[in-house]
Write a protein that binds this ligand. Structure first.
Ligand SMILES: [Zn+2]
Length: 349
């Protein structure tokens, strides 16, 4: 290896934390402006069309090559830069939430539009800061003379849509050596905890409507089936691992008139467990309980799959490296909010 040939091996001492921070600071205003624009155009999951265009424009301005419609999804994309044997990824999200319209810079609730959309958990920061991280890594590698590929993944529908699971299924993340993501919070920390795997599905019961007083004998209540399913699940709780969870909501009672035998009813069920195979086993028990409820009520049911995700598996080596970097950089200086801080901090939802 000659003096001109870049060392292909990444070492901790190649660029100091200060030097990398300075690279990030240099381009931060552009990405803070991107984040502010995103705040002003909140878009719900799967509909992040303008947000994606904003991110793509910012990535293109930095010389990244764009792959649109990643995994066949219009609001998923990849931005790539550099070449080499090492490929590092950054995951960004940009979807907003319904009903969380909010004026910026306040510590009290003040909707810009009553009931409107808003960046309640700050995915406006999430997408833009991840892109800044990708740009900064590209710049830092160039400065250190290291050849590597940097990829930014624009990920749709984090808010209850599990957009990344479809990207994983279609192989969008293949070829990565490591990838990083983050989420805005009131503190800086490495998230080391594993999360639960989960599976969510609608259970739709169909019976036969009838007048509840005149001809109850010809009716078959789908609502009864749903109630029995929930009773069965609640009895199951004693006999499942205490690390597992089953939640439900009744999404359709079939009707609001008590003098009608409800011929249709629907519930949304969410099963969680530390490992994906445990979640599958528990889900299979929920399925058998639904079969029992249908048998008891002489009704039928169908299952409409909604989403499923594996649990997060912590990576100790990368976590420790990130923790060291956090300690070296320290906490950012906070700006004063427009109004006084509330005495009780709002809880994260
Ligand atoms: Zn979030």
């Amino acid at each position: 290896m000659t003096a001109e040939t870049p060392d292909p091996v990444l070492r901790n001492d190649m660029l100091s934390t200060d030097a990398v921070s300075a690279l990030a600071d240099r381009k931060a205003p552009t990405f803070i402006a991107l984040s502010d624009r995103l705040w002003g155009m909140p878009e719900l999951r799967w509909e992040e069309v303008r947000s994606v265009e904003e991110h793509i424009a910012a990535a293109e301005a930095e010389g990244f090559t764009i792959t649109r419609n990643l995994a066949g999804m219009p609001t998923a994309f990849m931005a790539e830069c550099g070449e080499g044997d090492i490929t590092i990824g950054f995951l960004g999200e940009y979807d907003a939430l319904a009903g969380l319209s909010q004026e910026a810079g306040l510590t009290e609730q003040k909707p810009l539009e009553q009931g409107g959309k808003g960046h309640g958990c700050h995915h406006n920061l999430l997408g833009s800061a991840s892109l800044l991280a990708a740009v900064t890594l590209r710049d830092a590698l160039a400065e250190a003379g290291v050849k590597a590929r940097v990829r930014y993944f624009g990920c749709p529908a984090e808010e209850g849509g599990s957009g990344k699971t479809y990207m994983a299924r279609e192989g969008s993340f293949d070829g990565l050596d490591a990838a990083f993501c983050w989420h805005p919070a009131p503190y800086n920390a490495v998230m080391s905890a594993a999360t639960l795997a989960n599976k969510q599905a609608y259970f739709r019961f169909t019976g036969r409507s009838s007048h509840a007083a005149v001809s109850p004998e010809v009716g078959r209540s789908a609502l009864d089936a749903l109630e029995l399913m929930n009773i069965g699940i609640n009895f199951m709780r004693e006999h499942m691992s205490s690390n597992c969870r089953v939640h439900y909501s009744i999404t359709d009672t079939g009707g609001t008139s008590p003098n009608v035998v409800q011929g249709y009813a629907e519930g949304l069920y969410l099963v969680r467990a530390p490992r994906l195979d445990e979640a599958e086993d528990l889900y299979a028990r929920v399925l058998r309980i639904a079969e029992g409820a249908a048998l008891m009520t002489d009704t039928t049911f169908e299952v409409v799959f909604d989403r499923a995700t594996s649990g997060i598996l912590p990576n100790r080596a990368l976590e420790e490296a990130m923790h060291e970097a956090f300690e070296a950089i320290g906490a950012p200086a906070m700006t004063r909010p427009t109004t006084s801080m509330p005495t009780v901090l709002p809880t994260l939802r």
